[in-house]
Design a protein around this ligand. Structure first.
Ligand SMILES: O=C(CO)[C@H](O)[C@H](O)COP(=O)(O)O
Ligand SMILES: [Co+2]
Length: 213
């Protein structure tokens, strides 16, 4: 299992310290939650702060857009050369076009599904994706409880992925801890995002290692 700690739970007064700490503790990606106050009822960070994160991160960025105008934000963040940019299928009229655009910028495209969105919603996009991100909380806030229905959903998506595009990774985001990571591993999940679990743990290295099963 690969691990992408979400900097949403970092201490923003000590952002450089916390980004360096998770990278030194062995994370695989730095998960960056971008919220615009419209698609979700919360507002986080823009390109000024994300470029400061990119400057001190020694691991690739995994940018999770929770915004209304995806194309605008892709253009804002592309110069930072993240590994992935993911956007919500619920907020995009032309997802295939946006996948092509993200790839043309040299970034791996990913799509996010909210808890209620079935995997079939992206069946005809799967061949063109590098990753699918399944939300296991309602997007907008860290520290929420894990929604169990993501487990059978990930199992269904994993079967679709094996048939259509075995290289496409499955990521799960929200309420992940050492208590549920095994269930996710068993149904074919490749990457977990963990914010509060990693940042509230007394030892970030121990927390990250407990998820790398
Ligand atoms: O996208 C997100 C919220 O919309 C965050 O990545 C997610 O909530 C991680 O935080 P936690 O592990 O505390 O649930
Ligand atoms: Co996220």
């Amino acid at each position: 299992m690969k691990v992408a700690p979400s900097i949403l739970s970092a201490d923003f007064g000590n952002l450089q310290r916390d980004v360096e700490a998770i990278c030194a503790a062995g994370c695989d990606y730095v998960h960056v939650d971008v919220m615009d106050g419209h698609f979700v009822p919360n507002l986080t960070i823009g390109p000024v702060v994300v470029s400061a994160i990119a400057a001190c991160a020694t691991k690739p960025l995994d940018i999770h857009l929770m915004v209304e105008n995806n194309t605008f934000f892709v253009d804002l963040f592309a110069p930072l050369k993240p590994e992935y940019i993911s956007f919500h299928i619920e907020e995009e009229k032309h997802p295939h076009r946006l996948i092509q655009k993200i790839r043309s910028l040299g970034i791996k495209p990913a799509i996010v599904l909210n808890p209620h969105t079935p995997p079939e919603a992206i069946e005809y996009l799967l061949a063109d994706l590098d990753m699918v991100l399944l939300m296991s909380v309602n997007p907008g806030f860290g520290g929420q409880s894990f929604i169990e229905s993501v487990v059978p959903k990930a199992k269904k998506l994993s079967a679709m992925r094996d048939e259509i595009n075995p290289k496409c990774l499955i990521e799960v985001d929200g309420g992940v801890s050492d208590k549920n990571v095994k269930l996710l591993k068993e149904v074919g999940v490749d990457i977990v995002v963990a914010g509060s679990y990693v940042f509230n743990h007394e030892n970030k290295k121990t927390a990250i290692e407990s998820l790398k099963i």
